[in-house]
Design a binder for this molecule. Sequence first.
Ligand code: ACO
Length: 334
Amino acid sequence: MNNLKTGIAVIGCGSAVPQNQLTNEHLSQIVETSDDWISSRTGMKNRCISSETESLSQLSAVAAKNALDMAGIAASDVDLIILATSTSDDLFGSASKVQHLLGATKAAAFDLTAACSGFVFALITAAQYIRTGMYYNVVVIGADVLSRWVDWSDRSTCVLFGDGAGAVVCQGTTDRDRLIAGAMYSDGSQNNCLNLLYESQSQSLVEDITVQSGTYQPITMNGKEVYRFAVAKVPESLEKAMFQAGITSEDIDWLLLHQANQRIMDAVAKRLKLPAEKVLSKIADYGNTSAASIPLTLDAAVREGKVKPGDTIAASGFGAGLTWSSAIFKWGQF
Ligand code: ACO
């Protein structure tokens, strides 16, 4: 325990995507769709799809290593790894495997599942450990390989998802807290809008006792309902976060939303009166990478030199659960 650490700084980011690229043209060979439909409805052009050798754990470890390199921190100095994912390689969790691949020998590691809100949930969770002084260096990873769970004959969902991993390094600071606001929300009454459900099959063991063996079924989504939910709840939660931080949208340098649909990002920006230039988007290149989309987009923007140390970022994740979460933080070491 280190009681001196009062705040949290986000000091490094990294990402990793699979090599294979699936374009809108490819998809139009699989289902009845077109580049025009997909790009005009979603903004997507391309997504990366994991091969047999690109597991969730491997992508996560590469993303985390890149983030640690940027932060200038050795893996052996990491205290905690939180892996936000809904598509673990192992239902018992993949975070420990990532810890091993990284060589983060003293770190505790666990998975956290909150679908496309997972990264912001994990960032806020990491902040609690740092603020109490329990941990100093925390790696937060958002990673998903939803391509494993897509029904490739369902054109309403198969065009949307891609695979990838993104990570940030958070560190305790005695200076001011750079995570200046954040909150997490859930509404299980809308749980049936977006699912990757376990379907059991009864198997008789002995007299009167059956076990439920089965497997998970492909993603189902009520796109219109999720769309409506996102454009209502995301701006509302960001407005609350800005109020909590004591800032207005004029103080926001970048809007960093879960990359589900360009039209959702545009609608949220409009509601918050933020110009299009302030919206970070990599949806054309990666599609919807679920928990990975926010750190993946952040990493690209930092490495392109768009996002600079000290910039104020308003981030929001939303998705299955239904869940949503917003955080406002100042990026980098400054
Ligand atoms: N190509 C061509 N036509 C299609 C396709 C396709 N890929 N998909 C659907 N259509 C058709 C439909 O069949 C329908 O045809 P019909 O009018 O003859 O019935 C028509 O296009 C319109 O379909 P809608 O579903 O109404 O299309 P919409 O404009 O709502 O766009 C979309 C669909 C892109 C999925 C949108 O609803 C959306 O982005 N929703 C939000 C999704 C989201 O945010 N998910 C985030 C969470 S992800 C997570 O948590 C894992």
